[in-house]
Write a protein that binds this ligand. Structure first.
Ligand SMILES: C=C(O[C@H]1C=CC=C(C(=O)O)[C@@H]1O)C(=O)O
Length: 421
């Protein structure tokens, strides 16, 4: 059994107040410390302050988190005239990729600012209610990080390519069909990295992605693992990637190449099949389009499939559903157990919460969790000036190590551009 750290359950007042149709940027309201965020195209949730925290690891981590959250919700004295997904009590979470190795973190913020369908609200938990009839002032984000210095993470690029070769060998030997291998790089800045600056830049450049922050893990992910709204469940599965080019003709050719690539479609199929197989038992219907679309982002394109279904009346809550579907073959591989074992054996690093579910759940059980991709983990080292960046790629039987390395570089570029002055 892994450790659980949390405060005792006490009855808390949770008051949501409508703020009308304000359009100011939610991310600008965050303080630098303890920033929590899940924002897409100007809507979503930001939170700060910490009323409760759960740290949990080992088998059954998400089930224990669900039980813990249910106890907190049952003990809450809630006033919520807004009644939308994300109003009332909210829990932010960032789940370890591998619960056998990592610790998942859940935080109940003291203040949550939310916006959905143009309506804005604030939810305050606890007794210290700030003046909530006023607009929250925008917080200043630090201007400059100065020079950035990059260093290899666990493996240098040559060693990482060697691991890809080893994975291809194992796949060719019939041990598994696909595995996702990731690498990390370390970045040190001259000045402390202000999370708000990174979040604002990511959100501006990637409006169609979900910009997230939980416990120093910050990013903009294009991949939605599960969204639950009542009995509706949705997922955006991504796998299969091509770089972009600044030359329009070359860029169009790269996009067409992805759409026609048998290797990328095979990678994508594994991811779709794993999500559908693990989600279907909980659904009365699940619609999986037969062909992926191409999702175009500023730095890469992906094969992308939007899956949609309805949950059975006896389906478990969102956190338990996450436990059932994670890791899909977008971040693990196929078969799941063999892939996770191979990742433990050859990847050479601890993923921490990279590639794990990240997002929020409310007291009704509605919520959204993406996969923590295209992200930086602020390490707290060197006075807050250091971070670890991550990127991974699906490896199949005909993967080329150098092409996979280039793919990690294209993915890393998202956060690297946002870090730069
Ligand atoms: C594992 C990552 O991406 C996943 C999501 C989209 C495309 C992927 C791919 O083409 O390999 C990966 O499965 C990452 O960005 O670190």
């Amino acid at each position: 059994m892994g450790g659980v750290t949390s405060a005792a359950t006490t009855t808390r007042r949770v008051v949501t107040t409508p703020l009308g149709r304000r359009r100011s940027d939610l991310l600008t309201k965050l303080p630098a410390d303890g920033a929590l965020a899940w924002v897409r195209d100007g809507e979503g949730l930001v939170g700060w302050g910490e009323v409760d925290r759960l740290e949990v690891s080992g088998p059954g981590a998400l089930e224990r988190a669900a039980e813990w959250w249910a106890q907190r919700c049952a003990a809450a004295d809630v006033v919520d005239p807004v009644g939308l997904p994300g109003s009332g009590p909210v829990l932010f979470g960032s789940v370890a990729f591998d619960p056998e190795r990592g610790t998942s973190v859940f935080v109940v913020p003291a203040v949550v600012l939310g916006r959905r369908d143009g309506q804005t609200w604030v939810t305050v938990t606890g007794e210290d209610h700030p003046e909530i009839t006023e607009e929250f002032p925008a917080q200043a984000a630090d201007a400059s990080v100065g020079r950035l210095t990059y260093a290899d993470g666990a493996l240098d690029p040559v060693a990482w390519c060697g691991r890809v070769t080893e994975a291809v060998r194992r796949i060719s030997a019939g041990e598994l069909g696909k595995v996702v291998l990731a690498r990390d790089v370390l970045v040190t800045a001259d000045h402390p990295l202000d999370p708000r600056r990174l979040l604002l830049r990511l959100a501006a450049r990637f409006p169609s992605c979900w910009t997230f922050a939980v416990e120093g893990l910050l990013g903009a992910t294009p991949e939605l693992l599960l969204r639950r709204t009542g009995d509706l469940v949705e997922s955006r599965v991504l796998a299969g990637t091509a770089a972009r080019s600044s030359d329009p003709a070359a860029d169009t050719a790269l996009g067409a190449g992805l759409a026609g690539s048998a290797k990328d479609h095979a990678e994508h199929r594994y991811a779709i099949d794993s999500l559908a197989a693990s989600l279907r038992p909980f659904c009365t219907d699940l619609v999986v389009p037969s062909r992926p679309a191409v999702l175009t982002l500023p730095n890469v394109r992906h094969l992308s499939t939007d899956v949609r279904g309805h949950l059975s009346p006896d389906a478990p809550g969102l956190l338990e559903l996450l436990s059932a579907v994670h890791p899909t073959a977008a971040v693990g591989g196929t078969p799941t157990e063999a892939a996770v074992e191979l990742i433990r054996e050859i990847e050479g690093m601890d993923r921490g919460r990279y590639a794990g579910p990240v997002g929020w759940v409310d007291a009704r059980g509605d919520g959204e969790f993406g996969l923590a991709l295209r992200c930086a983990q602020l390490t707290g080292e060197r006075g807050g000036a250091e971070a670890r960046l991550f990127a991974g790629c699906g490896i199949v039987g005909d993967s080329d190590p150098m092409a996979e390395l280039a793919e990690t570089q294209a993915k890393l570029a998202a956060v690297q551009a946002a870090l730069q002055d």
